[in-house]
Design a binder for this molecule. Sequence first.
Ligand SMILES: Cc1cc2nc3c(=O)[nH]c(=O)nc-3n(C[C@H](O)[C@H](O)[C@H](O)COP(=O)(O)O)c2cc1C
Ligand code: SF4
Ligand code: SF4
Length: 249
Amino acid sequence: MILYFSGTGNSRYAAETLARLLDEKTEDMSILLRENCRELELTNEKRLGFVFPVYYSGLPTVVSRFLDTVKFILPSDVYVFCVITCGGSAAGADALFRKRMAEKKSSVAFTASVKMPDNYVLLYNPATQEEAEKTMQEADKTLASIGEQLRQQQTGGYDSGFGGKLAGGVMQTMYSLLRNTKKFFADDNCTGCGECETLCPESVIRLIDGKPSWTQKKCAHCTACINRCPTRAIQYGKATEKRGRYKKD
Ligand SMILES: Cc1cc2nc3c(=O)[nH]c(=O)nc-3n(C[C@H](O)[C@H](O)[C@H](O)COP(=O)(O)O)c2cc1C
Ligand code: SF4
Ligand code: SF4
């Protein structure tokens, strides 16, 4: 079983690629949470994988919430692994994930990271189509190699060490301060299709009088709504009007 979280599709793509290579099933952590999952009984599983993006050198809120909420019932010899997708470096997220799993009395046997197109349009220009295609060519090679390492049940893998732990701690404080929804709005290009409401993993968006409203002060900042809106109607303050959009289909 491979559990994944993905805002703009990179981590879903990585999870599905690895699942194909390993003949595993995938489940979306945000959907499991939405369906009120509290316990996962995986007593017949040989492997349990987690695939998600690094956010601010640490874990996306959805992954943290999943680990807080869901109890795992696992065989004692299950092989637990984690693959972190990133725009630059996964540093920090590996250490935090291992720490969180240790608190749940599970140890992570193998960790890997894979560089994929950057999607954080709220802060800067995301990958262009050309950049994304180039990055994906390398990512496919990395995923094939990770798949082989997982098939052989290798141990160890990516470890960002003390520097990663330090970065993760500091940057996660920034994440909790910056992940505001106040600057989100839909401009006149909004058709009221409701896609943003359906896809928000934090169930923050509600359509009111045919237009999206961000109903909570904070969200995951996963960028799914702004990057996936079919008419590019969602903005985050003034800067995003001129920026590109990125999603992996
Ligand atoms: C809120 C947020 C924070 C991010 N922080 C980092 C980071 O600290 N380091 C990094 O290399 N990439 C960072 N990224 C880029 C993503 O990790 C990367 O593009 C990832 O592959 C997106 O995965 P997804 O398409 O499955 O959502 C961040 C993206 C977002 C939206
Ligand atoms: S996805 Fe875009 S067009 Fe559709 S309701 Fe949301 S903002 Fe409007
Ligand atoms: S409001 Fe947009 S950026 Fe925030 S969690 Fe929902 S989809 Fe992601």
